[in-house]
Design a protein around this ligand. Structure first.
Ligand code: ADP
Ligand code: MG
Length: 319
């Protein structure tokens, strides 16, 4: 099972940023209002994610680290209606198989916290407020070939920051803080969507973009699209979400490119943040372990909806 976990880890865990993504996913699934990420050496040495969510009861701590033991999917209907970020029950097991992991957690009805050491299986009393802290030390220490592929801490930090940014843009109702080597590097307070966009992408993005919120058939397209002339808008800030989940989707990217084509006139494609909301039975998110790809039941419909919504917004001054 260790080997199976390590193979799964190869798909789930590529670098510190993948660990950060999974741990923040879990914190949000647990109903956290505040998530704090602490990294050392870009996360290569240490990743600590703390949340104030519901916590894990001590008797369930060992299960949380076991592969598929906690899979949230129990039936096909559940798979189709999946609304939590994690649903495979393999992230913690996979990460534990390629690192030194410990989980410190406390539920509201417990008198104190418990800490589980993933390697030894030892469960010991600990101290913290209600919520969970997952610590991941020395990623890939037992697989030197993989560890060798990690980049310099600054590069790994940049990837990890991008992972946090993806979550933060979708969840303005949750506060985020990121510490690196003991210093606070980002802090986003709880607020509304507009505030979070300005905080994360900068006030420049907000002034150089237009809001949109359009229902096209079964699809709601919501967000902000950068204006072509906004040279200062950062093109690396292109975010698309489907039902709250960050995705990298060729079809949607193509729809955006087509929508911009007529108005770009040689400008670089600007930044944008799009949230697509669609009936969960019309989209399959169970495609890739990294969970950044989706498959739509009717891709033509999605393509047209995105393209029309963006075109309309770009063509309407003051929209
Ligand atoms: P999944 O999220 O797909 O269920 P994971 O391996 O990521 O699988 O997590 C396993 C389980 O551990 C979760 O289903 C959840 O019950 C529990 N868990 C993990 N992280 C947290 C957390 N931060 N707060 C509360 N429960 C957690
Ligand atoms: Mg998970």
């Amino acid at each position: 099972d260790e080997l199976v976990s390590q193979i799964a880890a190869g798909e789930v865990v590529e670098r510190p940023a993948s660990v950060v993504r999974e741990l923040v996913d879990n914190a949000l699934d647990a109903g956290a209002r505040q998530v704090t990420v602490r990294l050392t050496a870009g996360g290569i040495r240490n990743i600590l994610v703390e949340d104030d969510g519901g916590g894990i009861p001590p008797q369930e701590l060992p299960l949380a680290l076991r592969r598929h033991a906690t899979s949230k999917i129990r039936s096909l209907e559940e798979l189709e209606g999946v609304s939590t970020m994690g649903f495979r029950g393999e992230a913690l097991a996979a990460i534990a198989s390629v690192s030194e992991m410990s989980v410190l957690s406390r539920t509201a009805d417990a008198t104190h916290a418990h800490r589980l050491d993933a390697r030894t299986g030892e469960l010991a009393p600990g101290a913290r407020a209600v919520g969970t802290s997952v610590e991941v030390r020395e990623l890939f220490f037992s697989t030197p070939a993989r560890r060798k592929f990690l980049k310099a801490p600054a590069t790994e930090l940049a990837h990890a920051m991008d992972a946090v940014r993806r979550h933060a843009l979708a969840r303005p109702d949750v506060g985020f803080a990121v510490w690196h080597d003991g210093k606070l590097v980002e802090q986003w307070r709880r607020g509304d969507h507009e505030q979070r966009l300005a905080d994360v992408l900068g006030p420049d993005f907000v002034t150089a973009s237009r809001p949109l919120d359009r229902q096209v058939g079964p699809l709601r397209v919501l967000g902000r699209v950068g204006l072509p002339e906004a040279a200062r808008a950062r093109t690396d800030h292109q975010y698309v979400y489907v039902n709250g989940r960050f995705v990298k989707d060729k079809l949607i990217a193509h729809a955006l490119r087509s929508a911009y084509e007529d108005v770009l006139h040689g400008h670089k494609q600007p930044a944008f943040v799009l949230f697509l909301d669609i009936d969960p039975t019309r989209v399959d998110v169970n495609v890739h372990p990294a969970k950044v790809e989706v498959r739509f039941r009717d891709s033509g419909e999605v393509y047209q909806a995105v393209r029309r919504a963006v075109e309309h917004t770009l063509a309407t001054p003051g929209a």
